[in-house]
Design a protein around this ligand. Structure first.
Ligand SMILES: [Zn+2]
Ligand SMILES: [Zn+2]
Length: 352
């Protein structure tokens, strides 16, 4: 009988169309690597979209979700020389053609066929996951499996820092203290910025960034003028860069007036609603303001591992919950409903 493995599978978007069940173990091609997944972390927005019936933009069902994972190399194809069974690894989840105009410029996140494990290819919420050999990265012994699973969000946040063109002495504000907001704040804190703020509603989460020296301001969700006043008292001219990691068009709209002349608003978080955003063209023109965005990443996994190894990002500190694969739905519910929850991880191959 064919070898089987346990996996979370969505036949269509929506929890009722999903289950944790036995599916065939993936066949390892000559240029492929099978990873035994030790940690797969929940990317809250994405997993919630699979689960609530919305589906994700890149998804093709049926699919095993999960694009952030780490584990041991379990099996290798005959052309694989860089890794061997037993090696500790993580893997770049992105998929692209490698031949188009953008791929040749190493801008594979613009590739017309851009996809990702966990969306249109089976991902990491399974005992095993199959990767192309060039996607697999060694992780140092000092980096835990939980931390290494966060290389994907860190790689995306590095892309955002690059897009911000942060300059020596800049003041940077990150709105939102979810996992992305915290990672962004930690990366900017280690950049050439003079001062980095995180502004969010949940103090317990901001403490994680404060431990790295990031300044915190509590967000008043009912009256933005309260936290805005505090920020402008400390920065009368405004700030150089604001990064939105809340996904709220309202936060973005209000941010423009907090920028210095020549400043930049970078929309990082995915805006899930169809809500439109209103930016003031006169203010933008007169003050030479920039509005930009950051979508996924391209070739940043090596740097992401270095951010963990150096301690610039404290991966283990971001993990607030751990569950076996059988309790995936409880884990997702905790991540979505508990305000104090940051990164919740799944262990598909718990060693008992
Ligand atoms: Zn993610
Ligand atoms: Zn391409």
């Amino acid at each position: 009988m064919a070898k089987m493995m346990k996996a979370l599978m969505y036949d269509k978007p929506g929890r009722e169309n999903s289950s944790i069940r036995e599916i065939p173990y993936p066949e390892c091609g000559d240029d492929e690597v099978i990873i035994k997944v030790m940690t797969a972390s929940i990317c809250k927005g994405v997993e919630h979209d699979h689960d609530n019936g919305t589906g994700t933009d890149l998804a093709k069902y049926p699919v095993v979700p999960g694009h952030e994972f780490s584990g041991y190399v379990y099996e290798i194809g005959k052309n694989v020389t860089d890794v061997k069974p037993g090696d500790r690894v993580t893997a770049d989840n992105t998929e692209y053609c490698g031949e188009c105009y953008y791929c040749k410029k190493e801008e594979s996140n613009y590739c017309p066929t851009f996809g990702s494990l966990g969306h249109n290819i089976n991902g990491g919420f399974a005992e095993f996951v199959r990767l192309k050999k060039e996607k697999v990265f060694h992780i140092p012994d000092s980096v835990s499996f939980n931390a290494a699973a966060l290389c994907e969000p860190i790689a995306c946040c590095l892309h955002a820092v690059d897009r911000s063109n942060v300059k020596y002495g800049d003041t940077v504000v990150v709105f939102g203290a979810g996992s992305m907001g915290l990672i962004l704040a930690e990366l900017f804190q280690a950049s050439n910025a003079k001062k980095v703020y995180i502004i969010a509603g949940t103090e317990s989460k901001m403490k994680k960034a404060a431990a790295k020296g990031v300044s915190t301001i509590v967000m008043n969700r009912n009256d933005y003028s309260v936290h805005e006043k505090k920020l402008l008292e400390e920065n009368p001219l405004g700030v150089d860069i604001i990064v939105d990691a809340t996904g709220s068009p309202k936060v973005c709209e209000n941010s423009m007036k907090l920028l210095k002349k020549g400043g930049m608003l970078l929309q990082y978080a995915v805006v899930h609603s169809k809500e439109k955003m209103q930016l003031d063209p006169q203010l933008m023109f007169n003050n030479e303001l920039t509005f930009t965005t950051s979508f996924c990443q391209s070739h940043n996994f090596g740097r992401a591992i270095e951010m963990l190894e150096s301690g610039i990002v404290d991966g283990d500190d971001l993990v607030t919950g751990e569950y076996p694969l059988d309790e995936f739905y409880d884990a997702l519910d905790e991540n979505v409903t508990d305000r104090n929850s940051v990164k919740v991880v799944i262990h598909p191959s718990y060693e008992k």
